[in-house]
Design a protein around this ligand. Sequence first.
Ligand SMILES: [Zn+2]
Length: 244
Amino acid sequence: MPFWSEFSHTNFQQAAGKTEVVVMVTGALEAHGTHLPLATDSYLPTYLAEKVAEKTNAFVLPTIPFGDSWDFNNFAGTISVDPKVLMEFYVSIMKGVFKHRFRYLVVLNGHGGNVPALKMAAKSATEKGEHVVIIVNWWRDLAESARKIVEETPGGHAAEDETSEVMHVRPDLVDMAKAVSHRVVSKFDIISGSYRDELLPSAMYGDPRKATPEKGQLIMEQAEEELIALIEQLQQGKLPLTRE
Ligand SMILES: [Zn+2]
């Protein structure tokens, strides 16, 4: 069970010698419709990271529970971190990992708003040396075929896919009686502090009403399988590349 935070500094080094791979989990604390918990984007990747700690030697860092949630900042309970601050914070953590001679850092990201800061941080932290950051935006990079099979409506924010996943992972925190459907679309990227709530009514983008825990289970099982396969590939020093 290689949870980074559970070692003492004296037994850390010995366990660290068994792997070159570390998993960093990045989440958010933001409104997710009227039926899902604020920490949805942290709970889902944390669940997958715990499976990695159970089944591989890779070290798993504590989940970072805050992210850039500017879009949802007007909804109660949301706490958003400025992306410039987030970027510097990620760089410090990545450098802290790499100073321990780990080679690969898998960022298991649960939140779309974190992507620009993660990419900038990864470029800065890997500029020198042999280090590699692999960003896994799990909701779109993992379990693609399971999603295609089970989903009856398009993915989104607090939509059928995400709702099903939380129903599997934390059913005690889902209130389907409050689930509503909203999808405001534009072919352009409209950004405005004043129109945020109009663009994402009820902190929703999608239709959660067809969600079930069985759908969530299928998605999470396939995501776990693919993530563990990636970690095992990295343990053998191979990057996940195909040359076409
Ligand atoms: Zn989410």
